[in-house]
Write a protein that binds this ligand. Structure first.
Ligand SMILES: [Cu+2]
Length: 174
């Protein structure tokens, strides 16, 4: 039960400043609406959308094999793996590290498979500000072409427990 019933004919079409504000909000909504598909096709940081389902343990095995077959060194106890140019690279996120360290060549294109062994992690490549979800059971393939050399850091941007803040990985580009 309402305290008072609304007055008759309460509705009036927006006018004056109200009309202006609604108009501005609507235009901005339309810009963002168009921006999403536009950026999907023209943004240079987007995923190809290619992904496969995989058993987490199978992905772990594949990554261990990849790291062993392509090992070129070691960084703080973690193997450095250099995939063949144009080839497949594997990166595993797990509590609480990224495995292995990847060594890539500038200008070459790689198929980077990313997945998780346990729970959801976030792949965030710094300082490029590229962000992707890393989910157990999904082999997410990113087509990646490094455009500059140097040492890039992978941080986890999805809270994943006590060691989350220490979950740091590396990609070296030569
Ligand atoms: Cu994490």
């Amino acid at each position: 039960m309402t305290i008072q019933s609304p007055p008759q004919d309460w509705f009036h079409w927006p006018r004056g400043h109200e009309r202006l504000w609604i108009g501005m909000a609507l235009v901005w909504c339309m810009i963002m609406f168009v921006m999403m598909p536009y950026w999907h096709f023209n943004g240079k940081q987007n995923s190809t959308g290619e992904s496969y389902s995989v058993e987490p343990q199978e992905f772990v095995d594949r990554t261990l094999r990849f790291a062993e077959d392509n090992k070129v060194g070691e960084f703080k106890g973690v193997p450095i793996a250099e995939p063949p140019p144009g080839g497949d690279a594997y990166l595993l996120g797990r509590m609480w590290n990224w495995y292995p360290v990847l060594k890539l060549r500038k200008g070459e294109t790689y198929r980077l498979h990313i997945s998780s062994a346990d729970l959801q992690h976030g792949f965030s490549l710094q300082p490029m500000n590229m962000n992707f979800q890393v989910m157990p059971g999904y082999d997410h393939v990113l087509t990646l072409t490094p455009t500059s050399t140097g040492e890039f850091t992978i941080v986890c941007n999805e809270f994943c427990g006590a060691g989350h803040h220490m979950m740091i990985g590396k990609i070296l580009v030569e």
